[in-house]
Design a protein around this ligand. Structure first.
Ligand code: C2E
Ligand code: CA
Ligand code: CA
Ligand code: CA
Length: 274
């Protein structure tokens, strides 16, 4: 028993140091990834539930690692947040999404907003509005064609959030609350902040058919948002039944595998020119 105990301990320590080494290595490689052009964006269409047409796209970050292959954001965003690299990466995402959207418009595709996910670290920057204004200026994209997705964890410091959102709204960009319903303060900030749209979190949409309380919650969120003049989009819609439920309850928009997964910019061009 003693022997196996010490073995466990040894194994555990090896695992632990392997894991931190891997994290350190990845973090180090991330520093070079921007200049080596290893990041790229996929775009997931957002659909009007009534007409079925595409009314926007969400930009989703991917990392094509030279040896490891494609790394999804779930495996490196939190690491980038810890190291602070997310600010630089996030700036690249904003720049690239705006540039791409302007290019689509210049090619004559129907103009629509591109949604960009903002990290809390970016949101806490004092000069966020100036940075975004500069990116819009340099790419030539009109502010109304950029939508910022923020999450509830970002709304901790109410005074800062209020000031920041007021500035961004004045600039003319859209504000969406991502993963709505998963944080603490959902209802509080709906009435306190200038929000254009909320995205019902995938976890509620997933069980709409099986779980009556999720169905109730989704219906209630839609009704309440509409009373406050806020648009509603449901994320993670995977089935026709989910889509029908949302349509029946007057949800405005949907995004999810049922209509389209995230796709390349070229595929978006084909979808938009079809
Ligand atoms: P999110 O903002 O909630 O993005 C939606 C995620 O759900 C995406 O995963 C998307 O591919 C996935 N998804 C879309 N439709 C469906 C569906 O019908 N079913 C299921 N099961 N999943 C669906 P992805 O691209 O792996 O991104 C994961 C998360 O990484 C994002 O969640 C977001 O929090 C973060 N992220 C992605 N890009 C960026 C970025 O540029 N900046 C920051 N700060 N975070 C990002
Ligand atoms: Ca999002
Ligand atoms: Ca989300
Ligand atoms: Ca989510």
């Amino acid at each position: 028993a003693k022997e196996s105990g010490s073995n466990d301990c040894l194994l555990y320590r090896e695992d632990w140091s392997d894991a931190s080494l891997a994290r350190l290595t990845l973090q180090h490689e991330m520093y070079r990834a921007i200049e080596r052009k290893e990041f790229f964006l996929m775009y997931q269409p957002q659909y009007d539930l009534m007409t079925g047409t595409i009314i926007g796209v969400e930009a989703l970050l991917r990392w094509m690692h030279p040896e490891r292959g494609l790394i999804p954001p779930g495996e490196f965003i939190s690491l980038a947040e810890e190291s602070g690299m997310i600010v630089e990466i996030g700036e690249w995402v904003l720049q690239e999404a705006c540039r791409q959207n302007k290019e689509w418009q210049d090619r004559g595709l129907p103009p629509m907003p591109v949604s960009v996910n903002l990290s809390i670290r970016q949101f806490l920057q004092q000069d966020l509005t100036e940075r975004i204004a500069a990116i819009l200026e340099s790419t030539g994209l009109e502010p109304k064609y950029l939508d910022l997705e923020i999450t509830e964890s970002m709304t901790m410091d109410v005074a800062h959030v209020a000031r920041c959102l007021a500035e961004l709204t004045k600039l003319g960009v859209g504000i969406s609350i991502d993963d709505f319903g998963t944080g603490y303060s959902s209802f509080h900030y709906l009435k306190s902040f200038p929000i254009d749209r909320l995205k019902i979190d995938r976890s509620f949409v997933r069980d709409i058919q099986q779980d009556p309380s999720d169905a109730e919650i989704v219906a209630a969120i839609i009704a309440m948002a509409h009373n406050l003049n806020i648009q509603v989009i449901a994320e993670g819609v995977e089935t026709e039944e989910q889509m029908e439920f949302l349509r029946k309850h007057q949800c405005d928009e949907m995004q999810g595998y049922y209509r389209s997964p995230p796709v390349s910019s070229q595929s978006i061009e084909q979808l938009l020119s079809a």
